[in-house]
Structure formats: structure tokens, C-alpha cells
Design a binder for this molecule. Structure first.
Ligand code: SF4
Length: 301
């Protein structure tokens, strides 16, 4: 295969993947929504969960996106230094978004800031956003694709707390955001919390936390305990599906952290909605693709 043929192959596979995740939720989200819906007894939340399932089935049957909001495409890339298309990756991901926009089709959702026009291709200056992790001595490339909707992006916030604020300060920060803006984000939510030194490190971690599977835990025992405490606390608000009231507000809380400066606590929150459209694919050096978030798609066919 020539380089051009390889680039085309990976672009086509990523375009197919983006179009697929727009229409079909990942397996863990589907399972969690079923689990939460089965535990509701009141009429309104039950109907809302049933409607979510119906919406999902219709999206597949009619070959249409499951939510009108395409969001902004974000890619988290963990790329080996020996992956053959590392130099082409950013450009081909952009092209894949354009292809998916017309093939799926996806609502045009990218507006050039300050010039105020819609590019009508879902790409623009600096979008899709590509976050890079470079992996030495590896020839594979791991990609999380995420459609960041408007409603679920709204509760996002980052700030730096005084060190004395402690873990209670982190809890206040997260719960304030959830009680103020949680219902804007089409619950039940997946809540990502980043804890680090500064706003940008915490913010990136809080979004990265949303790539983790529902039901996974931070590897640190205390952080995992805090995930559970926050989950119970946010559930106690009783947002329910679509913010209409119910037993649950969240599908889970994922915390990602780094070590931090002793004088600061950088904290951030990011939220995924019930239509949490994220997918994970791994390409080997021959561009064979393995998807582990969606049992519903095979990119090698
Ligand atoms: S919050 Fe999610 S489900 Fe609600 S409109 Fe936005 S993308 Fe769609």
C-alpha cells in the first residue's frame, strides 16, 4: 500500500467510526441506562428511560444521529512514535470528521469565533481538538473519539482552591456545579473530576476522566472512595432522567488526578450526558482497527 492509500484507509475507517458513535451509544452506557431505568418505580422517570431506549432503537433503524447536537469532535490520541501515520494523523482526523458530516449526516455545528459563520463541515480553526500522548517504542495508535455536546459542556468549570479547602473544598465545588447546572446537561450524567495543581491540568484531567468506562475506578483507593461519595451525593440531588426527578442523577463519577503543588488544589469538572458518545479504537501498524467500546461496529469490513 502506498502512503496515500494508507492515509485514505485510516481516514475512511475513522469517518465510519465517527458516524457510528453518533448513532449508537457505547455498550457500557447502554447497559448503565438499562440498569438505572430498571430501578425507577415512578411513572415519569420510567417513561423517560423507555423513551431513551426507543430513541436509540430508532436512531439505528432510521440510520440517524441519536441526538441532534453533533457536539464538537474531540480526539484523545495515544500514539506510538513508530506508528506509520503519525505525521498524517491530525490532518486525517480532520478529514474524517468532514467525511462523517456528509455521510452520516451530522448537524453542522462548528462556528468560527469572531467571524461568526458556520463552516458547515464540523471543522474549523483548531477543531476537531486533538489531545496527544506520545508513546515511545510503540507502533500502534489508540484513539478516543468524543462528541462534546453543548448542554453537557455547559456545567464545565475549573478553579484553583486554597490548600486549606481540602477534599471538602473539592466536594463543595463539584456539588455546586451539579446543583446549578447539572440539569442543563440531560441527566443521568457521567461526571469527570480532575484534581491537580492548576486550572489547565485539572481541566484536561476532568475531560480525560470521561473517556474511562462507566463502573471503572481510580487506581488510588482514597480517590476511588471519593468517586463513590460524590456519586452518592450527586444522586441525592435527585435530578433523574432529563432533570425531571428520579432516584439517580449520574451514571458514575470518574476522578483523574496527578500529584500537585502543596499550596494549591486545582480542580475541574466536566460532564457527559445520557447520550455519552465516546468511542475507543486501537489501530495496529497495518491499520487493523479494534473497537472495544461498541460491539456494534467492525471497522475492518
Ligand atoms: S446534553 Fe447530550 S443529549 Fe442533551 S442535547 Fe446535548 S448532546 Fe444531546
Amino acid at each position: 500500500m502506498t502512503r496515500e492509500e494508507s492515509v485514505k484507509l485510516m481516514t475512511d475507517k475513522m469517518a465510519k467510526f465517527v458516524a457510528h458513535i453518533a448513532k449508537k451509544l457505547p455498550d457500557d452506557v447502554v447497559a448503565k441506562l438499562e440498569e438505572l431505568g430498571a430501578q425507577e418505580n415512578a411513572a415519569l422517570p420510567k417513561v423517560l428511560y423507555e423513551t431513551m431506549t426507543k430513541n436509540q432503537n430508532l436512531a439505528v433503524a432510521l440510520d440517524r444521529p441519536s441526538c441532534q447536537d453533533t457536539g464538537v469532535l474531540q480526539f484523545w490520541v495515544k500514539c506510538g512514535t513508530r506508528f506509520p501515520l503519525i505525521d498524517d494523523l491530525e490532518a486525517l482526523l480532520k478529514e474524517a470528521v468532514v467525511q462523517a458530516t456528509f455521510a452520516a449526516p451530522l448537524r453542522h455545528n462548528s462556528v468560527e469565533t469572531f467571524d461568526e459563520y458556520n463552516t458547515k463541515r464540523n471543522v474549523g480553526k483548531g477543531t476537531p481538538t486533538v489531545f496527544w500522548d506520545i508513546v515511545p517504542n510503540s507502533d500502534q495508535c489508540e484513539i478516543y473519539a468524543y462528541m462534546a455536546g453543548g448542554g453537557c459542556t455547559l456545567p464545565g468549570k475549573a478553579m484553583v482552591l486554597m490548600p486549606g479547602a481540602g477534599y471538602e473544598g473539592i466536594t463543595d465545588f463539584v456539588l455546586d456545579q451539579m446543583t446549578s447546572y447539572g440539569l442543563n446537561a440531560c441527566p443521568p450524567l457521567l461526571v469527570g473530576v480532575g484534581v491537580a495543581t492548576s486550572v489547565e491540568t485539572a481541566a484536561l484531567l476532568s475531560k480525560k476522566a470521561l473517556m474511562r468506562p462507566i463502573g471503572s475506578h481510580n487506581e488510588n483507593e482514597n480517590a476511588a472512595k471519593m468517586e463513590k461519595l460524590l456519586e452518592d451525593g450527586i444522586n441525592a440531588i435527585g435530578l433523574g432522567p432529563q432533570g425531571m426527578g428520579g432516584k439517580f442523577s449520574v451514571m458514575g463519577v470518574n476522578i483523574e488526578n496527578t500529584a500537585r503543588h502543596p499550596s494549591t488544589i486545582g480542580v475541574a469538572v466536566n460532564v457527559g450526558c445520557w447520550s455519552h458518545r465516546r468511542g475507543h479504537v486501537v489501530f495496529d501498524k497495518d491499520l487493523n482497527a479494534t473497537v472495544d467500546t461498541h460491539s456494534t461496529v467492525d471497522l475492518n469490513q
